[in-house]
Design a protein around this ligand. Structure first.
Ligand SMILES: [Zn+2]
Length: 79
C-alpha cells in the first residue's frame, strides 16, 4: 500500500488515500472530490475548477496523469 494526499492529487486538503495502484488511488481521490463537491467545500470547488480547465487540453491531462503515476511509483510502500 502507498499513501498520497488529496493535495498531491490536485485536491485541496490533507486527507490521505491508501492504495495498491495509482488507478485505485485516483479513484479514491475522485470519490472524495465528489463528496466535497456535494458538500460545497470552497477549497475543493476551486481545485476542481482548476482541474476542469486543465482537462480541456487532452495532452495536459495525460501528462498530469503520467507524472502523478510516476510520483506514485516512486513512493515508498507504507509500513
Ligand atoms: Zn480533499
Amino acid at each position: 500500500m502507498k499513501t498520497m494526499t488529496c493535495k498531491q492529487l490536485g485536491g485541496a486538503c490533507n486527507k490521505e488515500f491508501h492504495a495498491n495502484s495509482f488507478e485505485e488511488m485516483a479513484e479514491q481521490s475522485k470519490k472524495h472530490g465528489m463528496e466535497m463537491f456535494q458538500q460545497g467545500d470552497e477549497g475543493h470547488l476551486q481545485a476542481m475548477n482548476k482541474m476542469k480547465e486543465f482537462m480541456k487540453t487532452p495532452d495536459a491531462m495525460k501528462d498530469w496523469f503520467e507524472n502523478k503515476k510516476k510520483e506514485f511509483d516512486s513512493l515508498a510502500e507504507d509500513k
